[in-house]
Ligand binder design. Structure first.
Ligand code: F6R
Length: 606
C-alpha cells in the first residue's frame, strides 16, 4: 500500500525523502514522488515506476532540494499507475501526499468542478488537495479541520502550504502514520523502518489528531485544534534488524530469523514450564469461560488461525470458527458476550481485520489481537493484545510472522486445554517443552536447503500445482500453496487430500505436480493412498513428512523429511520446506521475490 514520508530539518531533504521511501518499498508501490520547499516554492517531481525512475527523472527535469518536504510511494487504487496519478498532488498553494481511500471523492469533485477547479488525475487524492486549496483562507489548521469534516473514508495525509515554508501538517484516520523526532528535526512516515536511519524516537498519531512539524519541532492537536501531550515511543529494533544483511532477499533472511523469533515470542510467556499469558490479560480463568472462539484474519494470518483451530479444538475441545475478515464482516456472524474473537495480523493495520474487530466490539464480544507491529491500530483498539515478537517483516510474503502467530496459538491452546482440565499439568509441561525444541529443529532444516532447491528446479516450469494434506497438514498446505503462488506466479491450489477424488483429480496429469504434506501419524496411510492416486495419473509428487516415518520409496518422486516432534507441532517445522520451495522457485523464475507484482505488505484498504 502507499507509503508516506516527510522531513523538516537541517539535512538535505531530498536525500532523506528518497532514503526513507526506499525503506517503505516493501509495502508495494507502482509510482513515487516528492515535493520540496525550494526557494520558498513547493516544487514537485513524480514518476511512474520505481524510486530509481524518480531519481532518473530528476536527472532530466532537475533535482529539487531543500530542508522541508514530503514523499510518497503509490499503490494504485483510483486510476492506473502513471506520472499524473502519482503523488504528491496539489498546486502552488497546497500540496499533499495521501494513503487510504476517500470514499466520497466523487461528490467533492462535483462540488469543486462547479467552483471552477479542473482535475488532472483520476485520483481521489486530488480532490482533497483541491478542497484544501478551496477552503484555505490563511489558517492551515482551520482549513484542515474543515476538510476533515467533509471527507469520508480512510486517510493518512502529509500537507504543505506555500505560505508556511518549513512546515508539514499530518493527520490520519484508519491509515497508519507516525511522527518521529531527532535533534532539531522531525519526520512523518507510514512505518518505523523509514526513520530508523535517523532516529528511534517516534509518536503514534491517533485518529484525527493533527501534528504540526515546524522547523524540527513537533506539536499535536486534537480535531478541535486543542494542543495535546503525547507519549513518545522508542523503536525496539534498529536499522540493522530491518536490513537484509548478507542474504540476497529479505524473504530468505526472514525464514532464517524464525528460530529467534519463536524464542523471543514464546520464552517470556513460559513461567515455571507452564504457558502464561497473564501479561496480555488472558488468565486461565478468563480463557476457560469462553464458549466459542472466532479467529478472523486475512491471507497467511488466517492460515495461522486454521492451524490454531485444529490445535485448540483437538486439545481443549472448544469450538473455533475461522473466517476471512472480508467475509466475516458481511456475513452477520452470530456473536455473544461469552465468545472470544481473535484477530491475527502482522501489520495490525489490515483494513478488513480492523473492521471485523470493530464489529465484534459493537456486539460486546471480547477481542484478542495477535499482532506484530507495536502500537498498530488493531493492537491499540483490541481488548487484549499478544504481541508476536518477530521484528520487522519486510518481505511481502510472510514467513516469520506466520511462524510466531502459530507459536501464540499453541500457547493459547495449551493454556486453554489446561484451564478447562482437558490436559494435565504434566501433559501441558510436555507440550510446552516440545514447543521450545522447535527453534533448534528449524535450524537443522535450514542447514540443508538442497532438497528444496532441487524440488524448485523441478517445479520451475509448471503452470499449475496442487498441494494436498489432511487435518493439520491440509491447513498447512494452504499456506504452502499461497506462498508459492504469490511469489512464483505459478497457479496453485490446496486441496483436502480425501476430497480430490470428488472432482479435482480430473486435473491431475503429468503436467500437474503435487506437493503432499503427511506429517500426522494417524492420517499418514490415508494421505499416502491419495498420493498413490495422483502418482498413478502421472503427477510429479513431492512428499513432506517427518523423520522416522516409514515410506515406500516409490510413493513419491522426492521425499523431504523434517525432524520429528509431537504431531500437533509438526506445522511449525513442516512449513519451513514449503517456504523454501516457494522461495527458490521464485528465485529460479527471476521474480522480484520480496516485492511480488500487484501485492502490498500492509493492506489498509478494503
Ligand atoms: C501473504 C501475506 C498476506 C498477509 C495478509 C494479512 O504472504 O503476507 O496474505 O498475511 O495480507 O496481513 P496482516 O497479517 O498484516 O494483517
Amino acid at each position: 500500500m502507499c507509503g508516506i514520508v516527510g522531513y523538516v530539518g537541517a539535512r538535505e531533504c531530498t536525500e532523506v525523502l528518497l532514503n526513507s521511501l526506499s525503506k517503505l518499498e516493501y509495502r508495494g508501490y507502482d509510482s513515487a514522488g516528492i515535493a520540496v520547499f525550494e526557494d520558498g516554492e513547493i516544487r514537485t517531481r513524480k514518476s511512474k515506476g520505481k524510486i530509481q525512475d524518480l531519481v532518473s527523472k530528476m536527472e532530466t527535469e532537475g533535482r529539487i532540494t531543500g530542508h522541508c518536504g514530503i514523499g510518497h510511494t503509490r499503490w494504485a487504487t483510483h486510476g492506473e499507475p502513471s506520472d499524473v496519478n502519482s503523488h504528491p498532488h496539489g498546486n502552488a498553494n497546497v500540496t499533499i501526499v495521501h494513503n487510504g481511500i476517500i470514499e466520497n471523492y466523487k461528490k467533492i469533485k462535483e462540488f469543486l468542478t462547479r467552483k471552477g477547479y479542473v482535475f488532472e488525475s483520476e485520483t481521489d487524492t486530488e480532490t482533497v488537495a483541491k478542497l484544501l486549496d478551496c477552503f484555505y483562507e490563511g489558517n492551515p489548521m482551520q482549513t484542515i479541520q474543515r476538510v476533515l469534516d467533509e471527507i469520508e473514508g480512510s486517510y493518512a495525509l502529509g500537507i504543505m502550504f506555500r505560505d508556511y515554508p518549513g512546515r508539514i501538517y499530518a493527520v490520519r484516520k484508519d491509515s497508519p502514520l507516525i511522527v518521529a523526532v531527532g535533534e532539531n528535526e522531525a519526520f512523518i512516515a507510514s512505518d518505523v523502518p523509514a526513520i530508523l536511519k535517523y532516529t528511534k524516537n517516534y509518536y503514534l498519531l491517533e485518529q484525527d489528531e493533527i501534528a504540526v512539524l515546524d522547523n524540527g519541532r513537533v506539536e499535536f492537536f486534537d480535531d478541535h485544534g486543542a494542543p495535546k501531550k503525547k507519549q513518545m515511543l522508542v523503536a525496539d529494533f534498529d536499522e540493522e534488524a530491518a536490513k537484509k544483511g548478507n542474504y540476497p532477499h529479505y524473504m530468505i533472511k526472514e525464514i532464517h530469523d524464525q528460530p529467534v523469533s519463536i524464542k523471543t515470542t514464546v520464552t517470556p510467556r513460559i513461567v515455571n514450564g507452564m504457558p502464561n499469558l497473564e501479561e496480555c490479560g488472558m488468565t486461565y480463568e478468563r480463557l476457560k469461560n469462553y464458549k466459542n472462539i472466532f479467529v478472523v484474519a486475512c491471507g497467511t494470518a488466517m492460515h495461522a488461525g486454521l492451524v490454531g483451530k485444529y490445535v485448540i479444538e483437538k486439545l481443549a475441545r472448544v469450538s473455533v470458527t475461522v473466517d476471512v475478515a472480508s467475509e466475516f464482516r458481511y456475513r452477520d456472524p452470530i456473536l455473544s458476550k461469552d465468545d472470544l474473537v481473535i484477530l491475527v495480523s502482522q501489520s495490525g493495520e489490515t483494513a478488513d481485520t480492523l473492521e471485523a474487530m470493530r464489529l465484534a466490539k459493537r456486539n460486546g464480544t471480547d477481542t484478542l489481537a495477535i499482532v506484530n507491529v507495536k502500537g498498530s491500530s488493531i493492537a491499540r483498539d483490541a481488548d487484549m493484545v499478544i504481541y508476536t515478537h518477530a521484528g520487522p517483516e519486510i518481505s511481502v510474503a510472510s514467513t516469520k510472522a506466520y511462524m510466531v502467530q502459530l507459536s501464540v496459538f499453541y500457547l493459547i491452546a495449551f493454556s486453554l486445554a489446561y484451564a478447562n482440565g482437558r490436559i494435565t499439568e504434566e501433559e501441558c509441561r510436555h507440550l510446552v517443552e516440545q514447543l521450545t525444541q522447535v527453534p533448534d529443529q528449524i535450524e537443522e532444516i535450514l542447514k540443508t536447503p538442497e532438497n528444496c532447491q532441487y524440488v524448485a528446479s523441478q517445479l520451475v516450469n509448471a503452470d499449475n500445482l496442487l498441494y494436498i494434506g489432511r487435518g493439520l497438514d491440509y491447513a498447512l498446505s494452504m499456506e504452502g500453496s499461497l506462498k508459492l503462488k504469490e511469489i512464483s506466479y505459478i497457479h496453485s491450489e490446496s486441496y483436502a487430500a480425501g476430497e480430490l477424488k470428488h472432482g479435482t483429480i480430473s486435473l491431475v496429469t503429468e503436467e500437474m505436480p503435487v506437493i503432499a504434506v503427511a506429517t500426522q501419524r494417524d492420517l499418514f496411510e490415508k494421505t499416502i493412498s491419495n498420493v498413490k492416486e495422483v502418482k498413478s495419473r502421472g503427477a510429479y509428487v513431492v512428499l513432506v513428512t517427518h523423520e522416522g516415518q516409514e515410506v515406500d520409496k516409490e510413493a513419491a518422486d522426492c521425499i523431504i523429511t523434517v525432524p520429528s516432534i509431537d504431531d500437533l507441532l509438526m506445522p511449525m517445522t513442516a512449513v519451513v520446506p514449503l517456504q523454501l520451495i516457494a522461495y527458490y522457485t521464485s528465485v529460479l523464475r527471476g521474480n522480484d521475490v520480496d516485492k511480488p507484482r500487484n501485492l502490498a505488505k500492509s493492506v489498509t484498504v478494503e
